[in-house]
Design a protein around this ligand. Structure first.
Ligand code: GPV
Length: 800
């Protein structure tokens, strides 16, 4: 029937894998075939898409490793000052497509895959699982920064944990609720990591700390766990520079305790191995919320101690005295998660390297910088002193010693101000006492920053006010967050990337590496041909996303509707509630119109996505409400093509890459002053308003009649059993901590303005162009260079 005899692709190409003489043209196919035949032990007869993806990944990895080796050799030879980004989360997503684009090899690999019988390259790309080693913004920021560090040719490494289970997989049950399933992402081999059993350190927990002399101690006993390195090469974009992300995995020091084993107690024998490996088992799925679990503190110390052991070992190889440590090492603390690094470095200096306490403290402060990512009180880390005493007895001593001299200095500056001492102490008094990790991070760092202008101002004037008074304002800065334009424009929106390149002229690296060049788009904004192309790209992205939704959810989307998107972690302060209540209001409004009026309504597709922490009852209730509202609206013939509501399950980096390019508007509607970054429309903090609700309660009907109607409709059971949502409705009726009722009417007003604006297609497309043209500042290249210059004092080291 005309079928080829050969299984797939070109027989000669497959056969050349192990035999042919190497030429430029065949080297990529050869390398892929080599990996098919050796690394994954398959052949042309039994290779499928997933196998082809893996063989290609190993082939691309070979390229990365060559560059990685050369870069690390260069760093060793030149011995520049290096920076280390300590982050408990790196939300990387997929790697293959990104690596190919950064290497400039995507087309070559596409061609090679075609020769081997794989026509649809995107299908191969999509068989890669996301590396979801992060919760949300904080983890994705770390991933963007590590990309920009390599692209800007900075000697910057990341240090993190190799969680065996990443962010949970979110499913939606038939009643609309979130159900969590594990994410065993390492079940398939991970081609993007290099296991380094030779790079390992022992990390101690528990035991006893015995003081010797004024400042030193000996810490011994307890449990020792082995930290083993896994290296992930991080390629820069259009440079050979390739940095390293070093992730630690936990291994038992000894697999078996032979004494117990011989005694016939098998369970006890494997116990130590169980508890060691439990350390890196799973990512804690909480965002902007502190959960005081001992295992979490163990993760923090394990990762921090291994990273500092690695950093000090590397420093020692330079043969320089420790008095110069800070001239070679800068360490950035991504939030307070790695703050235990401050007393750990003191322990290394004082106990292990015999450096006098005062000198050790001077160097320590010069090494660290601390980035704060939230002012929400429930997210600020505080650990009970008894837990610390048990798990890290030596570190507790160091913290108390540091606190003692710090409070002496405060006392000297403001004599007899007991309130101030209580406020500023690293130790919060009570039963039990708590250690305030953010304060420890502040006193241990030379510089503290927030992540947006407004947020940094709030840090200075609220949670850190006393410390600004004490140290002076220059210690407290701002580095506005950024995102990598490679992944978030060039890779996920190739249509727009091509249009931009074509419009600005030259090649794409020009603007991709200097995003302020996007301003050049403004001079074309009145060109109707350009406007048309811009609108076409958006339409194609909406079609691509609609296809994905139809395949995965079986729902057809009207691609000429306005796509209104809110994707982020579910959290009360982010107010997905305001959005869904607004949607219900829209639904009720449309229902009350006659057919003629309905025809004039601007059609909308409202898309939600995001995960709720498994223990966050109210956030999960909002997910359930969204899904049940969607069910009713999407099934109502009156709303067909006019209003569609969807909760896209399992929001992830890869889903974001499809969804974001398809959006017309994006909702950032958190209560003013609560979202650290994303400053554009937050003008002030509503502290007084919140006070009013508590002491001058007024009925919801008075505050917002429109919202009162919406709540009534929910309670009456329009979206399934109303009693389920009573706890949620009560948060709005009484207290309304997140000010939904205060903002509801003006939110509806804003949505009306959006509808009106969307009807004027030309001015809408111009708004879209302007938005893109003016977003250059928000490149993570700018952000990382800001850290490099003002916080780390490091310089680019270019590999030729
Ligand atoms: I703290 N952020 C986060 O994703 N998880 C956290 O646990 C904490 C902060 C986020 C903030 O909420 C965002 O506003 C910010 O843009 C992001 O960190 C990166 O700075």
């Amino acid at each position: 029937d005309g079928k080829e005899v050969w299984p797939r692709g070109q027989e000669s190409v497959w056969k050349s894998g192990l035999r042919a003489v190497e030429t430029e043209e065949t080297s990529i196919t050869k390398s892929i075939v080599h990996h098919v035949q050796t690394t994954i032990a398959r052949q042309a007869y039994n290779i499928d898409e997933e196998g082809a993806y893996r063989a290609i990944a190993y082939s691309v990895r070979d390229n990365l490793i060559v560059n990685w080796n050369d870069t690390q050799m260069l760093y060793t030879r030149k011995a520049p000052k290096r920076a280390y980004y300590l982050s408990l989360e790196f939300l990387m997503g997929r790697t293959l497509d990104n690596a190919l684009l950064n290497l400039g090899l995507k087309e070559d690999y596409q061609k090679a895959a075609r020769k081997l019988g794989f026509e649809d390259f995107e299908e191969l790309v999509e068989s890669e699982r996301d590396a979801a080693l992060g919760n949300g913004g904080l983890g994705r920021l770390a991933a963007c920064y590590i990309d920009s560090g390599a692209t800007c040719e900075l000697p910057l490494w990341g240090y993190g944990l190799r969680y065996h289970y990443g962010m949970f997989w979110q499913q939606i049950s038939t009643d609309g609720s979130q159900v969590e399933a594990p994410d065993p992402w390492l079940n398939h081999a991970n081609p993007w990591e290099v296991h380094r059993p030779d790079v390992s350190y022992l990390v101690r927990f528990y035991g006893h700390a015995e003081r010797i002399g004024d400042s030193k101690a000996i810490w011994s006993g307890g449990q020792e766990v082995m930290a083993v390195a896994y290296d992930v090469p991080i390629p820069g974009s259009y440079t050979r520079n390739t940095n390293n992300l070093r992730l630690w995995d936990a291994k038992p020091k000894r697999g078996f305790d032979l004494n117990s084993f011989n005694a016939g107690d098998y369970e006890k024998a494997v116990e130590s191995s169980n508890s060691a490996e439990a350390l890196t088992r799973v990512l804690y799925p909480n965002d902007n919320h502190m959960v005081g679990k001992e295992l979490r503190l163990k993760q923090q110390y394990f990762w921090t101690a291994a990273s500092l052991a690695d950093i000090t070992r590397r420093f020692k190889q330079l043969g320089e005295p420790f008095s110069k440590f800070h001239e070679y090492v800068a360490i950035q603390l991504n939030d307070t998660h790695p703050t235990i690094a401050v007393p750990e470095l003191m322990r290394i200096f004082v106990d292990e390297e015999d450096i006098p306490w005062d000198q050790a403290w001077e160097i320590t402060q010069k090494v660290f910088g601390y980035t704060n990512h939230t002012v929400l009180p429930e997210a600020l880390e505080k650990w009970p002193v008894p837990l610390f005493q048990h798990l890290l007895p030596r570190h507790l001593q160091i913290i108390f010693d540091l606190n003692h001299s710090f409070l002496q200095a405060v006392e000297k500056k403001w004599p007899n101000d007991r309130d101030r001492l209580t406020r500023m102490s690293l130790i919060q008094e009570g039963f039990p006492q708590y250690i305030r990790m953010a304060y420890l991070a502040v006193i241990g760092s030379h510089k503290v920053n927030g992540v947006a202008e407004l947020h940094s101002e709030l840090v200075r004037t609220t949670i850190m006010k006393d410390f600004v008074d004490f140290y002076g304002p220059s210690k407290f800065g701002n580095v506005t967050n950024g995102i990598t334009p490679r992944r978030w424009l060039d890779q996920c929106n190739p249509g727009l990337s091509s249009l931009i390149t074509e419009t600005l002229g030259g090649d794409k690296t020009k603007w991709l590496k200097d995003l302020s060049k996007l301003e050049g788009l403004l001079s074309h904004i009145d060109d109707p041909a350009f406007q048309k192309k811009w609108a076409d790209v958006k339409l194609q992205n909406k079609q691509r996303f609609a296809q994905f939704i139809e395949q995965t959810m079986g729902v057809k989307l009207n691609t000429s509707a306005l796509f209104d998107v809110q994707v982020k972690r579910l959290h009360e302060y982010k107010r997905q509630s305001l959005n869904i209540l607004g949607v219900i209001h829209r639904y009720l409004t449309i229902k009350s119109l006659n057919a003629e009026e309905r025809a004039k309504v601007v059609p909308r597709v409202v898309l939600f996505g995001g995960k709720a922490a498994p223990g966050y009852y109210m956030a999960k209730l909002v997910i359930r409400l969204i899904n049940n509202v969607a069910k009713v609206i999407n099934a109502d013939p009156d709303l067909q093509g006019i209003l569609t509501v969807l909760f896209v399950p399992d929001y992830s980096v890869s889903v974001a890459e499809l969804l974001i390019p398809a959006s017309d508007i994006s909702e950032h509607i958190s209560t003013a002053g609560t979202e650290a970054s994303g400053t554009s429309n937050m003008k002030f903090c509503f502290e007084d308003l919140r006070y009013n609700h508590q002491y001058h309660p007024t009925s919801l009907e008075e505050r917002s009649p429109a919202l009162a109607v919406v709540c009534k409709v929910i309670a009456e059971g329009r979206f399934g059993d109303g009693s389920i949502y009573e706890p949620f409705l009560n948060t709005i009726r009484t207290g309304d901590y997140y000010l939904v009722s205060d903002d509801f009417d003006s939110y509806l007003e804003a949505q009306k303005m959006v509808d009106t604006a969307y009807q004027d297609k030309v001015s809408w497309v111009k708004k879209s162009i302007t938005t893109t043209a003016k977003m250059g500042k928000f490149s993570s290249d700018r952000a990382i260079m800001n850290y490099a210059e003002e916080y780390w004092n490091i310089e680019p080291v270019k590999l030729n």
